[in-house]
Design a binder for this molecule. Structure first.
Ligand code: KIV
Length: 264
């Protein structure tokens, strides 16, 4: 199966086929997601929460993203691999945005980058698109702005906020983005934005009217202690790991492991 590209996602939207996107930060998980035929693997800066155990994504660095993107890209042969540009890697100006996106592509080997966007950051997004790097934009609740937004809150509830998001979505398509993540916005607004755009929308806490859905893999696998309301847990691997480790601990303590078949 050939590797997917941004244009293939636009084709899927036209054909009315839903797009499936999950996160990975390492080769092992990326290989499993690719084998399960997800369309997009995002090396998300949610690595700050999930992998590093922080309460936000703000301290994630571009070096970290390059390192993990390389691990994921090397393990994937079908899915489109998207690398997240972290906080302050494109906020200073268009030159910085191009240089940071270029590093994720050249060193991290991703096929596209994701950028959290406010109207102020449109020129940075355009600058990256202009040098031929596909950009997936991310609007609604944007974790880089968690302090300004006053916490993890649904965005676009009032009509003024909704209009701002809607016109930002249109502007992002106009500057050349190939897809748009909508995080924590009312389902009716996400549906309206989806209908207005030719590029696909990927919802996370944005209802069923989007062209596809994205979740943090460790949330949906039940590996994180708490998961947001919009996540569905498809497995409880956190408990599974505890059971396996307890079994190992008691077998080592009792001398049952290793058996003769495990020796040389
Ligand atoms: O960093 C991330 O994993 C994300 C997804 C939740 C969309 O931005």
């Amino acid at each position: 199966m050939a590797q997917l590209h941004g244009v293939d996602l636009i084709k899927k939207k036209r054909q009315g086929k839903k797009i499936v996107m999950l996160t990975a930060y390492d080769a092992l998980l990326a290989r499993a997601l690719d084998a399960a035929e997800v369309d997009v693997i995002l090396v998300g800066d949610s690595i700050g929460n999930v992998f590093c155990g922080n309460t936000d994504t703000l301290s994630v660095t571009l070096d970290q993203m390059v390192y993990h993107s390389k691990a994921v890209s090397g393990a994937v042969s079908h899915a489109l691999v998207v690398g997240d540009l972290p906080f302050m890697s494109y906020h200073i100006g268009v030159e910085q945005a191009r240089a940071s996106a270029g590093r994720l592509v050249q060193e991290g080997r991703v096929q596209a980058v994701k950028m959290e966007v406010s109207p102020y950051l449109l020129p940075a997004v355009q600058a990256v698109c202009e040098i031929g790097i596909p950009v997936m934009a991310h609007i609604g609740f944007t974790p880089h702005s968690v302090h300004q937004l006053g916490g993890y809150k649904v965005q676009g509830r009032d009509s003024q906020q909704a209009e701002t998001l809607q016109s930002l979505a249109v502007a992002l398509e106009a500057v050349g983005c190939f897809a748009l993540v909508l995080e924590m916005v009312p389902a009716s607004l996400a549906t309206a934005i989806t209908a207005q755009l030719s590029i696909p929308t990927l919802g996370i806490g944005a209802g069923a009217g989007c062209d596809g859905q994205v979740l943090v893999t460790q949330d949906m696998l039940g590996l994180t202690p708490h998961s947001p309301k919009f996540t569905k847990r498809y497995a409880d691997f956190g408990t599974g790991i505890q059971h396996a480790v307890s079994a190992f601990r008691s077998e080592v303590a009792s001398g049952f492991f290793p058996g003769s078949e495990h020796g040389f």
